[in-house]
Design a protein around this ligand. Structure first.
Ligand code: PMP
Length: 286
């Protein structure tokens, strides 16, 4: 079965799908995106992801080319056509194709909408959660609006590759004051001395994760306190647990940061418990 992608109103074989070389997504990374988990054939936290997409669009003065109901249908069609049971749907909107010029294209230029679905490997994800991941720290050199889910991800890409080159899975980004903002493609959490969950406030310095928001609910139901405050890298080194969250990773325990063992050096009960309970709380829409 060949994979099927969606491009501007058409379902096309994934391998043949493409956009113009004038597309502003290609030329300027002038676009936004979302990644939504598919679990048991259902979309997880779709509402939150679509609301964040709308916010990103507003912040960048980008007009979405289809209404939300149509977008929901497209995502479902991709899940069905690609027979995705567990995996993800990806969607991206750019400011369309126009002669290369920094100014916005003239009014009426249609935005580009691309979406595709891919299958995940549940067994591999579980194995990663069992072993835990390692993290390196790097300076956060991103622009000052990472709260917008824009496709301008060059610093994130460089950080992620640097992590891989160092044998780690993720890079935690550290601001000029020494505080961890978030991961290159995930939110960052620790468990502090008092047993509370600590994560950076959802201000303009981080992407306000949809998984992060859902975990607040999961944590509350488990009787855990949550404190939104910046935490220093030095505090993370001494934390009893650390973990990352995101739609592609849900919760992954962090067992070492920069060669500092976290807690016992194995996944802890808080992170593992949140991971196990996540899908009991996150809305799944068919
Ligand atoms: N921060 C960054 C930089 C990310 O790329 C992601 C994943 N898209 C997240 C946080 C987690 O967000 P979400 O839970 O909505 O996937």
């Amino acid at each position: 079965m060949s994979r099927v992608a969606y491009v501007n109103g058409r379902y096309i074989r994934h391998a043949e799908a493409g956009v113009s070389i004038n597309d502003r997504g290609f030329l300027f990374a002038d676009g936004i995106y979302e990644v939504i988990e598919v679990f048991g054939g259902r979309l997880i936290d779709e509402e939150g992801h679509l609301q964040r997409l709308a916010r990103s669009a507003r912040e960048l003065r980008l007009d979405l080319p289809v209404a939300e109901a149509a977008l929901r249908r497209i995502l479902r069609e991709l899940v069905a056509r690609n027979r995705v049971s567990d995996g993800h749907v990806y969607l991206q909107v750019t400011r369309g194709a126009a002669k290369r010029d920094h100014f916005f294209p003239k009014a009426g230029t249609p935005a580009t909408l691309v979406a595709f679905a891919h299958r995940g490997d549940r067994a591999a994800a579980e194995a990663r959660a069992q072993s835990g991941i390692t993290v390196i720290s790097l300076p956060d050199i991103r622009w000052k609006r990472p709260d917008i889910k824009s496709t301008s991800l060059l610093p994130n890409v460089l950080a992620k590759q640097q992590a891989r080159d160092a044998g780690a899975y993720e890079a935690w980004l550290v601001d000029a004051q020494g505080f961890v903002t978030e991961g290159s493609s995930s939110n960052a959490w620790i468990v502090d001395d008092a047993g509370a969950l600590v994560t950076h406030p959802a201000d303009s310095a981080i992407l306000s994760g949809i998984t992060r928001a859902r975990l607040f609910q999961v944590a509350a139901a488990r009787g855990l306190n949550i404190v939104e405050r910046p935490f220093a890298l030095a505090e993370a080194f001494k934390a009893s647990e650390a973990f990352i969250s995101g739609a592609t990773t849900i919760v992954l325990p962090v067992v070492a940061i920069d060669d500092h063992k976290i807690g016992s050096g194995a996944p802890g009960p808080v992170a593992s418990g949140l991971r196990a309970a996540f899908h009991d709380f996150a809305p799944a829409t068919p």
